[in-house]
Ligand binder design. Structure first.
Ligand code: ADP
Ligand code: MG
Length: 368
């Protein structure tokens, strides 16, 4: 991925409304770099598929421009865009064999017989499905059908491959397996992938960058680590990864360090993100793995930058590789702390116990 070169794809001021009244995508400016794996992540209905469909050419923008290199796509029909597309429901032709399905984009492009056979073989090899060439789609499992759909999207050497929740119908184990295969394939081919998902862990594991959608707008687009560590607003913080949220009032801000008063009188400090005025209601967010717990009597005083809060245990959840201790705080929604399994203090917690939450103020982000 070369961030200094001209982006492969540019969305400029793109908007879309299906009924001419309600916007489903608004003010979309998006650069997609050659060779990157970019995911569009967001809740259902946030406009991800609409964006992908506009890029593929199955929907047209109501406003703005979409460019692929030097070509304005708005006026280019789908089959002339050189873009491969994989749908969630596979969309294979049921009456055609695997090989015929994969050959289809080449048939449409009037590629000659010999070149076509060669390309189909290569594409089926990529997804390790050559031995199934003569089968009908219905005789294949979901994961195998999705591999065929992928081969069909790759067979004509597209400049760009779009995938809309391609693993959504597969069970967890197969989905995780396919995530790794897709990522390996991306690396081997060096192609540009644009991937739609509502699953944040899928987006984080697979992508170079993620664009978080909400309400038809990109809330943040960033590398996966930045997105997780430095979300730029509360929507992103809550959609990407787990978060404990405490609602309070902003007491003061100095050099980006905010003091927040909680309803029960406790005060916590964190980093101010975005703009809020003293007295405003703010949301203080901290990742569960950034918190620790101790008993009241076991509290050693901590360090100057340590936030402490009184809480009660609400139960524990076993996760195999860690345990989640759920907690309750007065006048707040509950939350949880991730505790490593080898933490011997774990056995001390039972529901209703008084405890102390501890988290460094560097890890508390305050959103307006
Ligand atoms: P996502 O893929 O993020 O779930 P979509 O782009 O599919 O979101 O949908 C965004 C909004 O546009 C939703 O409110 C959806 O109901 C609406 N929508 C999507 N496709 C159509 C369509 N063909 N006609 C009318 N409304 C649509
Ligand atoms: Mg969708």
């Amino acid at each position: 991925m070369n961030a200094t070169a001209q982006p492969l794809v540019r969305f400029r001021g793109v908007g879309k409304s299906y009924d001419g009244v309600t916007p489903v995508v608004e003010g979309l400016d998006l650069d997609i770099q050659e060779g990157e794996f970019l995911s569009l992540l967001g809740p259902s209905g946030s406009g991800k598929t609409t964006c992908l469909m506009m890029l593929a050419g199955f929907e047209s923008p109501s406003k703005g421009e979409i460019w692929l290199g030097d070509t304005l796509l708005n006026t280019t029909p789908p089959h002339k865009r050189n873009i491969g597309m994989v749908f969630q429901n596979y969309a294979l032709f049921p009456h055609m064999s695997v090989a015929e399905n994969v050959a289809y984009p080449l048939t449409v492009r009037r590629v000659d017989r010999a070149a076509k056979a060669e390309a189909v073989k290569r594409a089926l090899d990529m997804v390790r499905m050559n031995e199934f060439a003569d089968r009908l789609p219905k005789s294949l499992s979901g994961g195998q059908q999705q591999r065929i759909a992928l081969a069909r999207a790759l067979v004509f050497n597209p400049r760009l491959v779009l995938m809309d929740e391609p693993l959504g119908a597969l069970d967890k184990r197969l989905r995780e397996h396919m995530q790794i295969e897709l990522k390996d394939l991306h690396r081997t081919l060096g192609l540009t992938f644009v991937y739609v998902t509502h699953d944040q862990s899928e987006a984080l594991t697979m992508s170079d960058r993620v664009a978080v959608f909400d309400n038809g707008r990109i809330q943040q687009i960033d590398r996966v680590d930045s997105l997780y560590e430095t979300p730029s607003n509360g929507v992103v913080a809550n959609f990407v990864g787990d978060n404990n949220v405490f609602v309070g009032r902003l007491i003061s801000v100095q050099d980006g360090r905010a003091e927040v008063g909680l309803p029960d009188g406790e005060r916590i400090f964190g980093q101010m993100v975005g703009a809020a005025r003293v007295g405003d209601t703010v949301r203080a967010c901290v990742r569960p793995e950034r918190m620790t717990l101790c008993t009241r009597s076991g509290f050693d005083g901590g360090t100057p930058s340590l936030n402490t809060m009184h809480a009660r245990t609400a139960g524990t959840l076993y996760f195999g590789d860690h345990v989640r201790v759920r907690f309750a705080v007065n006048q707040q929604e509950g939350g949880f702390v991730k505790v490593p399994l080898d933490d011997e203090s774990l056995t001390e917690w039972s529901a209703g116990d008084e405890l102390m939450l501890k988290f460094d103020e560097r890890h508390l982000r305050i959103f307006a």
